[in-house]
Ligand binder design. Structure first.
Ligand SMILES: Cc1ncc(C[n+]2csc(CCOP(=O)(O)OP(=O)(O)O)c2C)c(N)n1
Ligand code: SF4
Ligand SMILES: [Mg+2]
Length: 317
């Protein structure tokens, strides 16, 4: 057997398996190369920050020696959400704002996969805002990388929930008046068990955050600043040392298990901090559901499928 999972059959066996996101390369089967994992040529505007995020995802897959069938890339709708088209593996470009519930189903039924979800700030915090909160609180194992460009890119410049006050857009011709949300505060408050922040202009840091997120057993959230050069050029210059800005890492003495301290870090004025703000090891919904399944399967051991069904109907009488 070349897999990291215990060989079992059927749904119960599947759920009982230990979730291991990596598929170690063997002598017979090497991990994927960047060339093998790249699909169509991305259709983003030249210079879009999303290119870096995709390139680093490929790097992650190559570095962690994953295989096509062990990678699932899910997204909603938006420029950033085109992501799965460009990855030569399983994935889905789903409904606007609904990537997380779709990904939850995959995660809960296939513990042998690591589910990656990519999308934009509109997808995550406007139409998908409620799903974000609930997936975080349920601690469903997956990595959610929000490519935050502070604007709706695909639909050509509307105000997004992360657009700063005063941002002039097609929906706010005189400047945005609504207070923006703070994705890091929102993730911490919602109950995400891994919360990190990075920016597309620092590739090593993006990769570091993706690796740490992938290794986390739970809902891992990354806010990755990703510039929309078409509709919000220069938005993140203050965080880019090459443009005269500053890239401040989370202080070395920050205690990632301290929720209150993480919240304080999240409150720093832009450009704020980059790195892991918060992390805890609460059990996942995946683990809890697998345990329920195991216990139930124990109770019906030896019975045929129809006998289990019959028992259920008898109980309902
Ligand atoms: C139900 C529904 N409502 C609205 C839209 C139109 N729409 C498509 S993408 C989008 C927002 C995209 O913004 P964001 O998620 O920030 O992604 P970006 O394009 O900036 O990467 C909207 C409003 C849609 N496709 N479906
Ligand atoms: S419109 Fe903006 S977010 Fe969309 S591809 Fe172009 S630069 Fe990227
Ligand atoms: Mg956006």
């Amino acid at each position: 057997m070349s897999d990291t999972l215990t060989e079992t059959s059927g749904r119960a066996g599947n759920l009982a398996a230990v979730a291991t996101p990596v598929s170690p390369a063997t002598e017979e089967r090497k991990g994927l190369t960047k060339k093998e994992i790249a699909a169509d040529h991305p259709t983003w505007c030249p210079g879009c920050g999303d290119f870096s995020v995709l390139a680093l995802y490929f790097k992650l897959i190559e570095k962690r020696k994953m295989w096509h069938e062990k990678i699932t890339t899910v997204a909603g709708i938006g420029c950033s959400s085109r992501f799965p088209y460009f990855v030569q593996a399983h994935g889905a470009h789903y409904i606007h704002g609904r990537a997380l519930p779709f990904a939850s189903g995959i995660s809960l039924s296939r513990p042998d996969l690591h589910v990656f979800v990519f999308g934009g700030d509109g997808d995550a915090f406007s139409i998908g805002g409620n799903h974000f909160n609930h997936t975080a609180r349920k601690n469903i194992k997956m990595t959610y990388c929000v490519m935050d460009n502070w604007v709706y890119g695909l639909t050509k410049k509307q105000t997004s929930p992360t657009s700063p006050l005063g941002f002039k857009s097609k929906t706010d011709q005189w400047g945005a008046v609504d207070y923006p949300i703070n994705p890091m505060k929102q993730a911490i408050a919602a109950g995400a068990t891994f919360v990190a922040r990075t920016t597309h202009t620092n590739p090593n840091h993006v990769l570091q955050m993706m690796e740490a997120a992938m290794d986390h057993d739970g809902f891992s959230f990354i806010e990755c600043l990703s510039e929309c050069v078409e509709f919000y050029e220069g938005a993140f210059d203050a965080s880019n040392p090459r443009k005269g800005g500053v890239f401040n890492e989370v202080p070395k003495n920050h205690d990632v298990s301290d929720e209150l301290e993480a919240y304080k870090l999240a409150g720093a004025d832009f450009p704020g901090y980059f790195g892991i703000f918060y992390k805890n090891n609460k059990p996942t919904k995946n683990t809890k559901e697998a345990e329920i399944q195991r216990n139930l399967m124990e109770k019906v051991k030896g019975l045929k499928d129809w006998q289990i069904l019959q028992k259920n109907f008898d109980r309902m009488k």
